[in-house]
Design a protein around this ligand. Structure first.
Ligand code: DAH
Length: 391
């Protein structure tokens, strides 16, 4: 006979004990009989339904009907009963687990319940046919962005030569970006780098005003302020210029800066180092050429050109002029020079005792050449079809 909630004629402690014991034993028996999801639904509704559920009846028939002086005692019992019932209902809720069996559509899905003791949660094993002809789940591999990949490659060429790595802030002061690099205030050399200034700085002295760094060269100064010679560092990072985007320009791009300061460093060391680096990056048949140039922080200064990797330096390709090097056989790649003694004054290095060289290269420019990319914008558009080619 299924359990029904009795009315209580007697509210003594013994009578209450007996009634509660009977109810709990019915609860245990019914909980143990739950063998499927639908059993559980019925079990839950029978005990917890608002309307006519056993707990509701207990409330009505025991608590509400109790005489005033028994209410306290009965209330306490009813609360205990309520907690036990809720705990049992939650405890036997079956957990659904999908198991794939057999193959082909002829296997009919069925539910099986694996009882895992009366107290722990039960597991409903839903058997589903396994169709091995379904396509698998594709998990595309991530890939390093070509700019980062190239930047890491450049850095590792110099790490192998014993250089360490330094980084500096992207928001710089006028002092580090220009003044200490021997670009005096109002000097026309500043016009070569279209600068994005942070607004509202007019009340500060010029040297403290903030801007987005236009090159990684300020890290040279920050490094020399921190350490005495010998110095051998490369400084990779993001730089900003107020340039309109087109196939060869982007307002954001990346550079790797280099600086070596020691006793007796000569232009020969600079040439040998960069010649080695270009061969490591583009292949051992590449030649380098140093072309006179100007940078305020180096004297003498040079642009480094490499023999055109598309026409092998010949200037002609497929019977016509090579477009990549404008038929010159050379491609300009980076700036460099011997550190100008004026720069050492800003960091208290003694230019009579030491000398050094510096260089700076654009990472996108090198990536464009290495990978044959024809538009710098592709690096910044985030198109997966482009990026996945570097995976
Ligand atoms: N900072 C220069 C630029 O962005 C590049 C450069 C040239 C860096 C010569 C150097 C250097 O360290 O020696 O145009």
């Amino acid at each position: 006979m299924a359990y029904t909630v009795p009315k209580l004629a007697d509210y003594s402690a013994e009578a209450l004990d007996k009634a509660v014991a009977k109810l709990l034993s019915a609860l245990e028996t019914e909980a143990a009989a739950v063998a499927s999801e639908s059993d559980w639904n019925t079990f839950r509704d029978r005990w917890l339904a608002r309307k006519n559920g056993i707990l509701t009846l207990v409330n009505d028939l025991w608590l509400k009907a109790a005489p005033k002086d028994a209410k306290r005692e009965v209330g306490q019992r009813v609360n205990e009963v309520k907690a036990r019932v809720e705990e049992r209902v939650a405890g036997v809720k079956p957990e659904r687990v999908v198991s794939y069996t057999g193959s082909g559509a002829s296997v009919i899905p069925k539910l099986a319940v694996a009882a895992t003791g009366t107290s722990g949660p039960r597991v409903i094993i839903e058997e589903r046919p396994l169709d091995i002809t379904l396509p698998g789940i594709r998990r595309p591999m991530g890939a390093e962005h070509p700019v980062i990949k190239t930047m890491n490659e450049i850095v590792s060429v110099f790490r192998n030569l014993g250089y360490s790595v330094e980084e500096g802030p992207e928001i710089e002061t006028d002092y580090y970006n220009f003044e200490a690099l021997n670009f005096p205030p109002n000097h026309p050399a500043r016009d070569t780098q279209d600068t994005i200034f942070i607004a509202g700085q007019e009340s500060k002295p010029l040297r403290d005003r903030l801007l987005l760094r236009t090159h990684t060269s300020p890290v040279q100064i920050r490094t020399m302020e921190k350490q005495r010679p010998p110095v051998r560092v490369v400084c990779p990072g993001k730089v900003h210029r107020n340039d309109a985007p087109d196939a060869t320009h982007s307002p954001i791009f990346h550079q790797v800066e280099g600086l070596a300061v020691d006793t007796n460093i000569t232009f020969c060391d600079l040439k040998g180092t960069l010649d080695h680096a270009m061969k490591a990056l583009f292949g051992s048949s590449v030649k380098t050429r140093f072309y006179p140039s100007f940078f305020p922080f180096t004297e003498p200064s040079a642009d480094v050109q490499i023999s055109c990797i598309f026409c092998g330096g010949k200037g002609t390709r497929d019977g016509g002029p090579c477009r990549n090097c404008k038929a010159s056989g050379w491609i300009e790649l980076l700036g460099c020079g011997m550190v100008d003694p004026n720069v050492y004054r800003f960091v208290n290095y003694d230019s009579k005792k030491i000398s050094g060289f510096a260089f700076g290269m654009g990472v996108e420019r090198i990536a464009i050449l290495k990978y044959g990319v024809d538009d710098i914008q592709l690096f910044f558009q985030g198109d997966v079809r482009f990026l996945e080619q570097f995976g």
